[in-house]
Design a protein around this ligand. Structure first.
Ligand SMILES: [Mn+2]
Length: 333
């Protein structure tokens, strides 16, 4: 496919057009802010409030730039652009002076996308942005959640009713958007404020796998736990890049030495292809601390794998609709 075919939703072919040519979009997807005819909307949520060292608001633009280096087909052979119509729909509006207004604007943005029947794979932004995404996206909740993070993100908000980078998961549970018993947090590591920071997980039936437990379970054992916890129901994936070890992701607000390697997280994401993934996000890339673009490059590759898992799930849902229609038609004869 060449760039000149791109009348509808088409990918600019890597071999027809060099990867350094043209405007930066997520994964070279066509830019389509009109939201028409899209299955998976790639979207930026460019705000950060109270997020470690800050500046994750610059994440979406830098991930777009570094995603130039990502090719169309995943290492495992999934070609999401052949399975689904995928477009970069641009960024949510934000109000940099008003966190509450920014959350409202992001919720409206994702609601508009979900109203067209499309799903979202988003790039933040601070991890608080997962809350408005889930709020705008999930219609028949609660959904399961696969949560990659150095931190539990179920903290009490110490600032009085804000959506912060440390409480989005908890708020989504309290709103009934996420089912705590179908939630698994992976790769928790790093120093802690308080010893009781994991109690919310335990008290609400959530599964938490620390990096030490991951070392014992390995990739396959961890994937078994993921499948057991989220089951076959609709499930969202959220990745805070601080789950990665600092040599892979120093460019983030709260870097934590001792996390996953890129190979480990990619292996885990590839193992999620059979699940009913409804979308996801990659959060907390902070370009001013990412001088060579490495963290953004890692985030772009993580995004590609989430898009692949989402596209496979959309394709499977379509197939089962076709199967059901065929069965109904043959029964009617
Ligand atoms: Mn987080």
């Amino acid at each position: 496919m060449s760039a000149s075919d791109a009348g509808g939703v088409h990918l600019v072919g890597d071999q027809a057009v060099s990867r350094f040519v043209g405007l930066s979009t997520f994964l070279h997807a066509p830019y389509q802010p009109d939201l028409q005819g899209i299955d998976i909307a790639l979207a930026g949520i460019p705000y950060d409030f109270q997020s470690g060292r800050g500046s994750a608001r610059l994440g979406p633009s830098q991930v777009r730039e570094m995603s130039r280096l990502v090719r169309q087909i995943t290492m495992g052979g999934v070609a999401p652009f052949e399975l689904c119509r995928i477009a970069d729909v641009g960024d949510s509006a934000t109000n940099p002076m008003d966190p509450r207004k920014s959350v409202e604007l992001a919720t409206e943005f994702v609601t508009r996308i979900a109203d067209t029947g499309a799903t979202v794979v988003a790039v933040g932004g601070d991890h608080g942005a997962t809350y408005p995404i889930l709020k705008g996206l999930v219609r028949n909740g609660p959904v399961g959640l696969i949560h990659f993070d150095a931190h539990p993100d179920t903290y009490d908000d110490p600032f009085g009713g804000f959506v912060t980078h440390g409480n989005a998961i908890r708020l989504a549970i309290e709103d009934g958007i996420v089912d705590p018993t179908r939630t698994i947090s992976l790769g928790i590591h790093g120093s802690r404020f308080i010893k009781t920071d994991r109690d919310y997980h335990a008290d609400h039936g959530m599964r938490l796998v620390t990096i030490d437990e991951f070392t014992q379970l390995g990739v396959e054992g961890t994937l078994e736990e993921v499948r057991r916890v989220v089951g076959e129901g609709p499930t969202y994936i959220t990745v805070d890049v601080d789950v990665l070890d600092t040599p892979f992701a120093m460019g983030t607000g709260s870097p934590e030495p001792g996390g996953f390697s890129m190979r480990e997280i990619l292996n885990l994401l590839r193992g999620m292809h059979g699940l009913d993934i409804i979308g996801g996000d990659v959060m907390e890339v902070a370009p001013p601390f990412d001088s060579d673009g490495q963290t953004a490059l890692c985030a772009a590759n993580i995004m590609h794998e989430i898009v692949a898992a989402t596209a496979l799930a959309i394709d499977r849902r379509r197939e089962s609709l076709v199967d059901a229609a065929t069965t109904a038609a043959s029964g009617a004869q």
